[in-house]
Design a binder for this molecule. Structure first.
Ligand SMILES: *Cc1c(COP(=O)(O)O)cnc(C)c1O
Length: 371
């Protein structure tokens, strides 16, 4: 199938993605490696294609959330180091060792299971230990680290490849939370000079706190071309990677007083030209854009009228009467000189770009372009 046969699709610009990785790399401290975080289907962009593009652009590491996400990369032939950022059930130890994935360890049960699995398979396994320095989400407590590391060293088959932590507020105006977390982390790490990788920075920290780069940064949202709001200054040139596109499938005039879509929540005041667009909340267009969002058509912004439906929405093209059935509609991205970016959609939907991306439906066709 080519684009011409599709009614609705996502366009992923791999040139923009490569540009972002290269620019982020230039911003890193010398000797710092880059982990491309491709969890949740690469924030909706397509895990395998994005992981391959990231490695080709120089990312040394890939980051996923779960074993299943790691397996998807390995099954696609990707051999780069992959850190599993989330927790894994003990029953997955064998698969992790077999596929040479790097799990995150926060307590003693998993390393014990990994040690057993590694013995069974006649090999060794590297892990990264995660310490909670203040986000209070996951990770071993600071006090437990000496015992945990000692326990892992005693096992024999489990190697500790790195120690890491995660920031709670690296994108917030108040910089002190991040500074305190970094200080705590460095105090723990100072007792373990044998550890190869120390890492802490997500996108916001990578962009705002060079002192957090250490020898590895874990970058997600910035790679996809979005600055983490609210306080991140646009210091590194980034291009948006994802566009969402569709086509007009019906045009019809309605009379003053007539309403549109479920609940007839919008009523025309004059004769109005309605365009039906087969793109709805099931494709990832937030339902909160009902009577609030806009789309681009013929290079102009036009408003969404009435409620966004599961597979379609209705837009008002009264000001663009030359529109024809089949014309391209941009829900996210550029058309002519106009742009609707992910932050704008996120604002309409009272969320962040990350959620806009991850809500892009798995069934929506992704087209990979370079330009
Ligand atoms: C998702 C995630 C990241 C990437 O975060 P961004 O803000 O998208 O850069 C980094 N580290 C961990 C542990 C994560 O879960």
């Amino acid at each position: 199938m080519t684009k011409g046969d599709l009614l609705s699709w996502a366009e992923i610009n791999l040139s923009a993605f490569t540009h972002n990785i290269r620019n982020l790399r230039q911003h890193l401290q010398p000797g710092t490696q880059l982990m491309a975080v491709v969890k949740k289907n690469a924030y909706g962009h397509g895990a395998v294609q994005i992981a391959k593009a990231a490695v080709a652009a120089g990312a040394e590491w890939l980051g996923v959330h779960s074993l299943e996400e790691g397996l998807e990369l390995r099954n696609a032939g990707i051999t780069a180091p992959v850190l599993i950022l989330g927790g894994v059930p003990l029953a997955q130890a064998i698969a992790i060792v077999e596929k040479k994935l790097t799990p995150t360890v926060t307590e003693t049960k998993l390393p014990l299971a990994l040690d057993r699995a590694a013995r069974e398979l006649g090999t060794t396994i590297a892990v990264h230990v995660k310490v909670d320095t203040g986000i209070n989400r996951s990770g071993a407590s600071i006090e437990d680290i000496p015992h945990l590391l000692h326990f892992i060293y005693s096992l024999g088959r489990v190697r500790i490849g790195g120690l890491y932590t995660h920031f709670a507020s690296a994108d917030e105006p108040d910089r002190r939370v991040t500074e305190t977390q970094l200080q705590r982390f460095l105090e723990v790490a100072a007792n373990h000079p044998e550890l190869r990788f120390l890492h802490a920075a997500n996108s916001a920290a990578a962009l705002r706190f060079p002192e957090t780069h250490l020898n590895l940064v874990r970058v997600g949202i910035a790679m996809y071309g979005v600055y983490p709001p609210p306080a991140t200054e646009k210091t590194v040139p980034l291009r948006p990677v994802l566009s969402l596109k569709s086509r007009v499938v019906r045009l019809h005039w309605i009379r003053p007083g007539e309403g549109v879509s479920y609940g007839l929540t919008w009523t025309a005041k004059t004769d109005a030209l309605m365009a039906l667009v087969p793109f709805g909340y099931g494709h990832g267009l937030p339902r909160l854009l009902s009577n609030r969002g806009q789309v681009l058509i013929h290079g102009q912004r036009v408003p969404i009228r009435g409620r966004v439906c599961m597979d379609q929405c209705i837009v008002d093209v009264t000001t663009v009467p030359e529109v024809k059935v089949g014309d391209e509609v941009v829900l996210l991205g550029y058309q002519g000189s106009q742009e609707i970016n992910a932050d704008e959609i996120a604002n309409w939907a009272d969320t962040i770009s990350n959620e806009v991306f991850t809500r892009v439906g798995a069934g929506l066709r992704r087209i990979y372009i370079t330009k």
